[in-house]
Design a protein around this ligand. Structure first.
Ligand code: URA
Ligand code: SF4
Length: 221
């Protein structure tokens, strides 16, 4: 969808050129780049500073994120923050965002059921993620689950095959030259840990992947 009424999904026309994170955050409130803005409460943009050393990319906001307007504040977020702590990653060093910035759900009488975004939603929302990635200069980018992995690394990456490995991050075309050595890595989504039959084992493996991130961070200072 676009302002001229032609079916052409995509956030691009809402993304301001120039400006920092604040201008992105403000502009994203009005995005109509795909139909997901309609039933959702609000755009959930990101949390964290431009100076973050770790960029964490999730899938899309969940029910609580949609209500509160902040990423990873529901059950998956609590698990993520606990795992980051166990891995020795300082939350102050993290910037947290999602591949898709509106909550996609199926309404039911009792609750709004999470619905995985389609490729078309990830593609429509990509201009926001690209703009964030162009502003930040993280040492490690962490893709949480399949949607984020696909959004950042493309369709050939595989979460279970590639998890816990560090891939050199190249500056995409149009992105300013990177100021520091940078890596991209992949792990499962914290919601998958919450759903796992063997929760303790799944959580330990998730923390192990995040320890790889912690080890890749050059000592601060
Ligand atoms: N799951 C996500 O992928 N992102 C959030 O912000 C919350 C849950
Ligand atoms: Fe815009 Fe992304 Fe929301 Fe779609 S999901 S309306 S592209 S911010």
């Amino acid at each position: 969808m676009s302002r001229d009424g032609i079916e052409r999904p995509g956030a691009q026309e809402w993304v301001p050129s120039g400006g920092g994170l604040d201008s992105l955050r403000t502009a994203a409130r009005d995005c109509r780049g795909c139909e997901l803005y309609g039933p959702a409460t609000q755009t959930v943009f990101s949390k964290g500073s431009e100076l973050a050393r770790v960029l964490l990319v999730g899938e899309q906001p969940g029910d609580q994120e949609d209500r509160r307007g902040e990423p990873f504040v529901g059950p998956a977020g609590r698990l993520l923050h606990q795992a980051l702590g166990e891995a020795g990653i300082d939350p102050q060093d993290c910037y947290v965002t999602n591949a898709v910035k509106h909550f996609r759900f199926t309404p039911t009488p009792k609750r709004r059921l999470h619905r995985t975004p389609d490729v078309i939603h990830v593609e429509a929302c990509r201009p926001w993620l690209s703009a964030e990635m162009a502003l930040l200069d993280p040492e490690v980018t962490v893709c949480l689950g399949a949607t984020a992995t696909r959004a950042v690394l493309g369709p050939s990456a595989r979460v279970l095959r590639d998890r816990g490995q560090l891939f050199p991050r190249e500056a995409p075309p149009g992105e300013p030259a990177m100021r520091r050595a940078a890596w991209t890595t992949v792990t499962v989504h914290p919601s998958a840990v919450l759903r796992a039959d063997d929760r303790d084992t799944a959580q330990a493996a998730f923390v192990a992947d995040l320890r790889v991130v912690a080890a890749a961070l050059a000592p601060a200072g």
